[in-house]
Ligand binder design. Structure first.
Ligand code: GDP
Ligand code: MG
Length: 439
């Protein structure tokens, strides 16, 4: 989806003048791509008519400004799609907050409980878990193992069979112990059964949660919407966590579900590991989807790691991209590790790493680093064009770095692509400018 949207926007930027046909084509590509990822038809239609209304074709300035208005509108409306503009509950220090997790069996409740507890714990909130799933055999053990791994206190029982009793006892105990965040895991079922809903309501009434979070599996496609609606009616959850957004899940169904229930997504699960939970931000999500990189997430990450971000982001905002920026990015990702995850945050990098595993990717990046390290200062400050104009430079660099001419040429063409992207998307009024804020 990202690549299709990205190329649709790219084609659009290349066009010389903006007209109705061009805009229609762009919208058509975007809508088809969204439908293919299981976003609900109604939603796509609304998106399309909203964009058309806002753009107001007949009053659009010609040339680059007109195009930017269109791109910005598309971007904003895509963000609106995943942003119901409802503030989700956030727990605070010094007052116990009870969070209840609901969702079908296998959606990722138990896994996400621990991930969430760990996130809050890192923020300085005293967090704990209550295992109120007595339906699934081994559910308590599963939670217990995760909790021990994450060093999060937990409550559960091997003998008590009433989940309401366990939930109530656990919550009471941890409230007495002055925990800030008490996360209650509940059981799921294979389907939306009456018993499940009855149990959910009973637990909810017993523990009076401050927040109920629905866990939605991204891979279930169109089924997500009716499921979320049914849960909303009974459990009235106030937030959603979408899991399994790693791998090849299309996720559009889950997004439609969120729109249909007017409930914000608070986190997304991106893997089985305990750290694979990311805060959800509509703008970051959409920019990542469009292959523009998650600059917000990247900046947060870079700041937290105290890395050398040099002028990269600033350059990008001005629509510039040099070999030096490329080198800095390579250096940064090598330091940051899990390559695939970092690469997806950086504009253009995800395309470059497509189809490669982390190991192959790391080798390729290392060789690219040798290549850029063999360049002169002046070459580093160029956008790569200097190599195309003087091929002898390519030979010199290949020799100096112990790589091949082909590899050097690939590296240069990669920089050229980024430079082109920076030019079309960058600039203060461009999408990147809007995204980036003040680095
Ligand atoms: P529950 O039945 O709702 O409690 O679901 P579980 O927490 O037991 O998770 C079901 C399966 O999904 C487990 O194998 C988890 O490891 C896996 N899982 C949960 N969240 C994610 C995720 O974000 N990504 C991936 N790849 N797997 C996940
Ligand atoms: Mg479970």
């Amino acid at each position: 989806l990202g690549r299709r949207l990205n190329s649709a926007l790219g084609d659009f930027s290349k066009a010389t003048s903006v007209n109705e046909e061009l805009v229609d084509n762009l919208l058509k590509t975007i809508c088809t791509a969204l439908l293919e990822t299981d976003v609900n038809v109604r939603l796509v239609q609304t998106l399309r008519s909203n964009i058309k209304k806002k753009i107001n074709i007949s009053n659009l300035p010609q040339g680059i400004n007109g195009k930017r208005i269109v791109q910005k509108t598309v971007f904003d409306e895509l963000c609106t799609l995943v942003d119901p503009q409802v503030q989700a509950f956030t727990p605070k220090k010094g007052k116990p907050s009870v969070i209840m997790m609901v969702g079908l069996q296998g959606s990722g409740k138990t896994t996400t409980c621990t991930k969430l507890a760990l996130q809050y714990q890192r923020k300085g909130l005293k967090s704990c878990l209550v295992a109120a799933d007595t339906f699934r055999a081994g559910a308590f053990d599963q939670l217990k193992q995760n909790a021990i791994k994450a060093r999060v206190p937990f409550y559960g029982s091997y003998t008590e069979t009433d989940p309401v009793v366990i939930a109530q006892e656990g919550v009471e105990k941890f409230k007495k112990d002055r925990f800030d965040v008490i996360i209650v895991d509940t059981s799921g079922r294979h389907q939306q059964e009456k018993e499940l809903f009855a149990e959910m309501v009973e637990i909810s009434e017993a523990i009076q949660p401050d927040q109920t979070i629905m866990i939605l599996d991204a891979s279930i496609g169109q089924a997500a919407e009716p499921q979320a609606k049914a849960f909303k009616e009974t459990a009235n959850f106030g937030a959603v966590i979408i899991t399994k957004l790693d791998g090849h899940a299309k996720g559009g169904g889950a997004l439609s579900a969120v729109a249909a229930t007017n409930t914000p997504i608070v986190f997304i699960g991106t893997g089985e590991h305990i750290n694979d939970l990311e805060k959800f931000s509509p703008r970051s999500f959409i920019s990542k989807l469009l292959g523009m990189g998650d600059l917000e997430g990247l900046m947060e990450h870079v700041q937290s790691l105290n890395l050398d971000k040099k002028n990269m982001v600033k350059n990008l905002e001005q629509g510039k991209f040099t070999v030096r920026d490329f080198r800095d990015q390579l250096g940064n990702i090598m330091k940051l590790g899990p390559l695939s995850k970092m690469a997806s945050m950086i504009p253009g990098m995800s395309n470059m790493m497509q189809g490669m595993n982390d190991e192959d990717g790391a080798i390729r990046m290392k060789r690219m680093l040798y290549i850029v390290d063999s360049m002169t200062e002046q070459e580093l400050d160029s956008d790569g064009l200097t190599f195309t104009q003087q091929p002898s430079r390519v030979f010199r660099v290949a020799k100096g770095s112990g790589t091949s001419v082909i590899e050097v040429e690939e590296t240069i063409s990669q920089v050229r692509i980024f430079a082109q992207m920076a030019k079309t998307m960058g600039g203060k009024d461009g999408i990147l400018g809007k995204l980036g804020g003040n680095p």
